[in-house]
Ligand binder design. Structure first.
Ligand code: AMP
Length: 804
């Protein structure tokens, strides 16, 4: 077989080399690429058009299996003024707006040609036409070859890929223009990328064609699989131009009566039920209740056993023990005396009574009073308001039900409606617990219950955490050191459930009762939360030693260490995805009325999918265990660098102070785990923040993110964004990554650091301090050189610096 390479008189390649080239080409393509054209797979004539006719020429070759392959070759290096065009057929886009063109070719090194070929080129042009021809690029060879290479049987195949978009028509032509090079075009592949069909977190995401812009993400809302529903918000993923699914948000969970097993929702078996979207799996019916059908969403009481419709679904049914009658006694201006009869058949010795009362229709905000007696006076009621009073008894077997309800219109000394009777006496031992702490924003959103409101901390633990038998847990590895003992990991195998990896926090031997209580405190809080960005409590082991807290396992550990280990490894969108997750978890906590007080990257855990979850819960005194926490002048211990000024100054901890800390976490994330305020002392940090100094934007940080951080650090806390606004803004950035293109450049970074400070310390410029001294005084001496280079040699010029 003789090729055109010979006809020009210069030996460039033999057919044996051509098939060895074909071998180099990989014939299997990645799953997320769809070919629109592949010259290697066309069996007959390619039918491309060459102009002029003596330019490009189709040369049929065979591969090592003697299967035909097409090449187009041109080598008119001996002649002047070459302009040889090769036009492909019409290439259909199949709806893709951005396509990729992969060329494989060889190119002869001009220097290796005999002398006198001055017009020889080592490049060619590629163009495309929708309505008219537009140049895509000049293509050069990474490696050209010489006569010597041929002699050594070395072939230098080049692969070049270009992307093209946005395409607006149904198809387009490609063309290759040769201006006098020696080229063999071995294959041309045109393809687009797509995000392939995916099932994740019980949601199906369809095969999706990416957007037309290079950095665009297409948001796709997933469809929950059969018998599942979205939890909190519809599941979403983002399809990148590279055909990758990024930034998962939200998830589906099985609907009540079903549980997740191996990625699908299976019906609960007879005797089991699942009532809440938040619970993980079907549970066995509580004592003295049954579920006779599959798919139960609740269990019904056995004959002779009772519970109220309003009782939690996991509460056992009990034989009757009701406080049967509540009576009204003397009424004061804002008080009422109540009395009730002892239950006639108590299921144990009565230890005390609980009186729960709330304004009618406002049962999310209630007060509980305890009494050892069967009568008491309730005070502090609002005139002209209807109240509901409920009484239940506590015996050694636990609490009964709030069976007896008394609804009263409290109108100064007068009741309009009554459902009970009266008798009164004030109980000095009464104990009030205010369950509502003023944080409820939406009716129906559960409120966090402070475990302090439980007299017995063990009761709080078991109210919110499931007891796990230690035989279901295997400890395999130690993964960290906690305040109370080692943190380990291993599998949890609950009967009838899929095995999962868990983290196991242990309480070291020799603990005091107070330490045990403090240790389990975290479980009482964590157990109340159910959100994809809050670390999930699996349960506790308290009936055997060591006492353990079992949580979901987060493969990548804590966020600060993880970021330091992977410095510079993530795309901005991945970092924003992490921040979005943290903000979403914090939005949930603030909706629940829970103030974290110690939000910092070290207290965020990361799983293998880069999902970030908020962890480390506890009372303010848990801060005592944070190595970052320092004593303030008022005696509290506070992680200064992460804490809002009002919380440092007068312990005003609110969701707005959590937003300040969130801004610091944003800074930690965007700077890959840098320590906020570097080596400055805590005292200097407090002083600098007081004087309006703020952290500069991290290197390469998008300006829009830095603006958000600065908003979180507004001195006036009501001016800071709320967590739902932060989530909304980050979602916007994710949908429109071009809004993140503008970066905080380095001059801006430094100037900003000073502008704030200079505006307060404006008087400094009248003193004869040098810029270097002044930078040293605010621990920024390392920027002196940068300042001098920028022409800021006096404090006057520094004071005139602007962000621009
Ligand atoms: P803590 O006592 O919660 O601060 O935990 C101490 C260390 O144990 C953390 O810094 C993590 O490295 C590790 N750790 C704690 N909980 C988990 C978890 N759920 N998954 C993985 N690692 C964890």
């Amino acid at each position: 077989m003789q090729s055109r390479w010979w006809s020009c008189g210069i030996r460039l390649v033999t057919w044996t080399w051509v098939w060895s080239l074909a071998l180099l080409g990989v014939w299997c393509i990645p799953a997320n690429e769809v070919n629109l054209l592949d010259s290697r797979s066309v069996m007959g004539d390619l039918g491309w058009v060459a102009y002029p006719k003596n330019g490009w020429e189709e040369i049929g070759e065979v591969d090592e299996n003697y299967a035909p392959i097409h090449t187009y070759q041109v080598c008119r290096v001996m002649e002047q003024n070459q302009n040889n065009w090769l036009h492909t057929n019409w290439i259909l886009t199949e709806g893709a707006q951005r396509v990729f063109i992969e060329l494989k070719f060889t190119l002869r090194d001009c220097n290796s040609l005999p002398g006198g070929v001055g017009t020889c080129k080592e490049t060619f042009n590629m163009a495309m036409k929708e309505s008219r021809y537009i140049k895509i690029d000049t293509i050069a060879a990474d490696e050209s070859f010489t006569e010597l290479d041929l002699g050594d049987r070395v072939m230098k195949l080049n692969t070049e890929v270009r992307d093209l978009g946005p395409l607006t028509r149904k198809g387009f032509y490609l063309a290759f223009q040769d201006l006098g090079a020696c080229i063999a075009l071995v294959s041309v592949r045109v393809f687009y990328k797509r995000c392939p069909f995916l099932v994740k977190s019980l949601a199906e995401f369809p095969d999706t064609i990416p957007g037309s812009e290079a950095s665009q993400l297409v948001e796709v809302v997933g469809r929950c699989v059969n018998n599942s529903l979205p939890l909190y918000e519809p599941p979403r993923m983002h399809c990148s131009t590279e055909g990758e699914w990024l930034v998962p948000i939200g998830k589906c969970v099985c609907q009540p009566g079903f549980e997740e097993i191996n990625g699908s929702c299976q019906v609960c078996k007879v005797g089991f039920y699942r009532s809440l979207l938040e619970s993980l799996a079907c549970s066995k019916c509580p004592p003295h209740s049954v579920a006779r059908q599959m798919g139960a969403t609740a269990c019904s009481c056995e004959d002779g056993y009772y519970k109220l419709d309003s009782d939690p679904s996991n509460m056992a049914c009990t034989p009757p023990s009701p406080v049967s009658v509540v009576r009204k006694g003397h009424t004061g201006k804002s008080s009422i005396a109540l009395s009730w009869a002892e239950p006639d058949r108590p299921n144990g010795i009565i230890l005390e009574y609980e009186i729960k009362y709330f304004e009618k229709e406002q049962d999310s905000s209630y007060t509980i009073i305890k009494s050892k007696d069967t009568e008491m006076v309730v005070e502090g009621l609002k005139p002209s308001s209807a109240y509901i009073f409920q009484v239940r008894a506590r015996t050694s077997a636990g609490y009964g039900h709030f069976d007896m309800t008394l609804t009263l219109m409290f109108l100064d000394h007068f009741f309009l409606r009554r459902c009970g009777y009266s008798k009164a006496k004030q109980d000095p031992e009464e104990e009030k617990m205010h369950f509502h702490n003023g944080h409820i924003k939406f009716p129906g959103v559960r409120t966090y219950i402070d475990p302090l409101t439980y007299e017995d901390p063990n009761q709080a633990v078991h109210e919110f955490a499931q007891e796990i038998d230690v035989s279901y847990i295997s400890i395999e590895r130690i993964i960290g050191a906690g305040e109370f003992g080692e943190v380990c990991s291993g599998p949890l195998r609950l009967p009838g459930k899929r095995e999962i990896q868990v983290a196991i926090k242990t309480l070291k031997a020799g603990y005091t009762e107070q330490q045990r209580r403090d240790f389990l405190w975290e479980a009482s809080i964590m157990g109340q939360f159910n959100h994809p960005n809050i670390i999930r409590l699996e349960g506790v082991v308290t009936k055997s030693k060591p006492v353990m807290i079992i949580t979901e396992y987060m493969e990548n550990g804590s966020l600060d260490t993880f970021l330091k280990k992977n410095d510079g490894q993530f795309t901005v969108i991945q970092l924003v995805g992490m921040l979005r997750g943290i903000a979403s978890g914090m939005r949930y906590l603030s909706d629940m009325g829970y103030v974290h007080r110690d939000l910092a990257a070290r207290n965020i855990l990361v799983n293998s999918n880069l999902v970030c979850k908020v962890s480390d819960f506890g009372l303010s005194r848990v801060l005592e265990d944070d190595p970052e926490a320092a004593y303030t002048t008022r005696g509290g211990k506070i992680p200064i660098r992460w804490t809002a000024p009002e919380a440092i100054a007068y312990r005003k901890f609110t969701s707005a102070s959590d937003v300040w800390s969130y801004g610091i976490v944003m800074w930690e994330v965007m700077s890959y785990g840098e320590r906020p305020y570097w080596e400055m002392s805590n005292q200097d940090v407090i002083k600098a923040v007081e004087e309006s100094y703020r952290l500069p934007g991290p290197m390469d940080c998008p300006e829009a993110l830095y603006h958000l951080m600065m908003d979180c650090w507004q001195r006036e806390r009501s001016n800071r964004p709320k967590f739902d606004e932060i989530v909304c803004l980050l979602d916007k950035f994710i949908r429109n990554p071009s809004s993140l293109k503008k970066l905080v450049n380095s001059s801006h970074r430094v100037s900003n650091l000073l502008v704030e400070h200079a505006s307060v310390e404006g008087n400094c410029s009248t003193r004869s301090q040098t810029v270097g001294e002044w930078l040293d005084s605010i621990k920024m001496g390392r920027y002196t050189e940068l300042f001098m280079e920028g022409g800021y040699s006096s404090l006057e010029t520094v004071a005139q610096m602007t962000s621009e």
